[in-house]
Ligand binder design. Structure first.
Ligand SMILES: [Mg+2]
Length: 142
């Protein structure tokens, strides 16, 4: 398979015969890369401990040329604390989006897009990605 690497200042995009291998990771913060902190307790945001391997894996993806976007229910008033925390822990990323709709007990996020998407629920291990067959919800006509 003929592959080449295209270098730019911020990322390396690897293309193999038309297949774009770059991933746009959209990653939650609280309870995903670090201890969960409620928006009601912003004083705890700076001291939240990162979960094992989360920062290392995210930085690895960044270094491989993938795009890292944090999407969190923290609000604009938490921006500075969040940026400080990310810098303090050496997290490499491209974008921070605040204001994700807050989830109440029993709610779930369901993302719909017209482009290929995948979803991975964090369950305590930030490791390598593997392919597994799982049930997913699709539109009835698919
Ligand atoms: Mg969370």
């Amino acid at each position: 398979m003929g592959c080449n690497q295209k270098h730019s200042k911020r990322s390396i995009t690897i293309r193999c015969t038309g297949l774009v291998l770059r991933k746009i990771f959209i990653i939650d913060i609280d309870g995903c890369i670090c201890e969960h902190v409620d928006n009601e307790h912003p004083e705890l945001m700076l001291s939240a401990q990162p979960y094992p391997d989360s920062v290392g894996k995210i930085n690895q993806w960044y270094d491989q040329g993938h795009f890292i976007c944090f999407f969190t229910a923290r609000t604009e008033e938490h921006r500075e604390a969040t940026l400080t925390w990310l810098e303090k822990h050496g997290v490499k990323y491209h974008q921070l989006i605040l204001g994700k709709p807050r989830r109440r007990e029993g709610d779930e996020y369901h993302y719909i897009d017209d482009t290929p998407i995948r979803a991975t629920r964090y369950k305590g291990v930030f490791g390598d990605m593997v392919k597994k067959t799982k049930d997913v919800m699709v539109f009835e006509d698919e």
